[in-house]
Design a protein around this ligand. Structure first.
Ligand code: GUN
Length: 284
């Protein structure tokens, strides 16, 4: 039997419709500011999608586009200005940043209450302690997808491939909070395939197309593909590829997210949810 292909767009719609309904009842529009530095086309596309969704749910949104040679001091100054503004509830600095910038220092400058990406050390620390935090959008989106298939993760073996600050580490922390038994693999792990074969839930967040083969997957497992690598085809067109060899995996897994149309829309939906949470706590 083939795996269920999880419709991330449909789940994301449910989340954004609920956000829009709450926004309509607030005394003012939540405000989301996005800073993007440089001209990476994929990053610009992601930001356009975020801004379009923000406007659809009824937020005020602003995008600050800066050239690749912008200084870190300039970006920090703009963040401080956004921190001080009453009408801005959420601040997102699109990653990656150019090499002259220290990403952790930039993240540390965002007011933790406006850190809708959940990347400030305070929010990251709160997440690992299980206390109230703004949670990074991609792992939160993955968790919502997983729970749409397995409502109670207690005792499930979850394997997370990848240990980035933005996806892998917060993903593992969230799954642990859900009482899953979590294994994290990374670039130095000796036998990732063997570990994956024991996974009831397998999340891959690496950015290597075709890394996860059908033979790595436990029958009926839930497979979440966070990879989005743009691959140029022989005819010059560009396709977005996940980490999972989809045609193999669909024959083994119980449920699987497609790329595109899986995790991506849920990341944006969770950004909307975080901005609403931040706005509500600021409006009081
Ligand atoms: N670049 C790729 N994914 C993300 C994300 O979730 N947040 C930010 N800020 N940048 C990203």
């Amino acid at each position: 039997m083939q795996a269920e292909v999880i419709d991330g767009r449909r789940l994301a719609r449910e989340v954004t419709d609920a956000v829009a309904a709450e926004v309509a009842r607030l005394p003012r529009k939540p405000g989301l500011a996005v800073i993007i530095v440089g001209d990476d086309p994929a990053s610009h596309l992601y930001v356009r999608n975020k801004v379009r969704t923000a406007e659809r749910v009824g937020f005020h949104s602003e995008t600050i586009r800066l050239p690749a040679d912008t200084s870190e001091a300039d970006v920090l100054g703009r963040i401080n200005w956004l921190n001080s503004r009453e009408d801005i509830d959420g601040i997102l600095v699109q990653l990656p940043l150019p090499p002259q910038m220290n990403t952790l220092r930039v993240m540390a400058t965002v007011d933790p209450g406006k850190d809708v990406d959940g990347l400030h050390a305070l929010n990251a620390g709160r997440l690992t302690q299980g206390s109230q935090a703004l949670i990074p959008c991609t792992p939160m989106g993955c968790l919502k997808i997983i729970k749409s298939v397995i409502p109670d993760l207690t005792g499930c073996h979850a394997v997370v491939i990848g240990a980035s600050n933005i996806v892998g580490k917060p993903m593992a922390a969230l799954l642990l909070e859900e009482n899953a038994t979590v294994t994290q693999t990374h670039i130095h792990t000796r036998d990732t395939q063997f570990i994956c074969r024991g996974a009831d839930i397998l999340v891959s967040a690496v950015g290597k197309p075709g890394l996860v083969r059908g033979t790595w997957i436990k029958p009926r497992a839930v497979v979440i593909d966070v990879g989005t690598t743009r691959v140029e085809q022989a005819d010059g067109t560009v396709l977005t590829k996940g980490d999972v060899e989809f045609d193999e995996a669909i024959k083994v897994a119980g449920a699987i997210t497609p790329v595109p149309g899986g995790v991506g829309p849920m990341t944006i939906a969770c950004l909307m949810e975080n901005t609403l949470i931040a706005a509500k706590s600021r409006i009081g």
